[in-house]
Ligand binder design. Structure first.
Ligand code: DGL
Length: 264
């Protein structure tokens, strides 16, 4: 049984999960955090489900070798495809992000919500169940966004190509009256300024990362695993991609220089 001082593992197909890691850091300042960006295998969004499951299992196995006390799946696509098998296979607290259909449906005034996510997330049974359960009484529009993950992986957060993609993906949702947009992929919060600009005023944009961090905190507290000391926690980073390139993009997104190790 790991001690409260043990670290928390957080992973994504790439750098996008840093949008979750920053909320985890804010909610849990004393925790030690390990982050894996599976950039060598990104994007997951158009890959077969078996491939994503294998990658998720390999990363969880790596975290367990590091004696972590909890894991955050900071990738909607990995949650959509793999969360049940991960939970069945590994007896460790697992907190997983998924598209925020419920809060979006609750707060929409037009009764039309738009979900931006990867093709695999939208095609998954988990997403169908989420939509069935929480999307009653509103129109749920979905939009797969191929190419957007790649733009964030390259650190291209503002350029014309990224702006054009974002505008193109939002247009059909806005034309059909969506007043609430869900960021159903953890890479997309890094595009928030251009998403907001393209969506315009009066359209709410929802990122569930804070809710994931709160849920993690609850799980740690209820399991007496919460590290609450006054000493700030540390972060360590790994990637399956080219370490130098990934480190440059991650430093940009994380807001300070970091060392990124090659995932064994
Ligand atoms: N950040 C991942 C997600 O939340 C992106 C998946 C991908 O690599 O396509 O879905």
């Amino acid at each position: 049984m790991p001690a409260a001082e043990a670290a928390i593992g957080v992973f994504d197909s790439g750098v996008g999960g840093l949008s979750v890691l920053r909320e985890v850091r804010a909610a849990l300042p004393a925790e030690h955090l390990l982050y894996v960006a599976d950039s060598g295998a990104a994007p997951y969004g158009d890959r077969p489900a078996e491939f994503i499951l294998e990658r998720a299992q390999a990363i969880v196995a790596f975290f367990l070798e590091q004696n972590i006390k909890a894991i955050v799946v900071a990738c909607n696509t990995a949650t959509a495809v793999a969360i049940q098998s991960l939970r069945a296979r590994y007896p460790v607290p697992l907190v997983a992000i998924e598209p925020a259909v419920k809060p979006a449906a609750a707060q929409s005034r037009s009764g039309v919500i738009g979900i931006l996510a990867t093709s695999q997330t939208l095609a998954s049974e988990n997403f169908s169940r989420l939509r069935e359960r929480y999307g009653q009484g509103v129109r749920v529009l979905t939009q797969a966004c191929p190419g957007l993950v790649e733009q964030v992986e390259k650190g291209e957060l503002q350029g014309e190509a990224t702006q054009a993609m974002v505008a193109g993906y939002l247009a059909p949702l806005l034309a059909q009256g969506a007043d609430t947009i869900v960021l159903g992929c953890t890479h997309y919060p890094f595009l928030l300024p251009i998403i907001r600009a393209a969506a315009g005023q009066g359209v709410a944009v929802i990122d569930p990362a804070q809710a994931v961090a709160r849920e993690l905190r609850r799980r740690l507290e209820s399991g007496n695993l919460h590290c609450a000391g006054a000493t700030p926690g540390t972060e360590r980073f790994w990637t399956s991609g080219a370490t130098d390139k990934v480190a440059t993009v991650m430093a940009k997104l994380w807001g300070k220089e970091i060392t990124v190790h090659l995932l064994p």
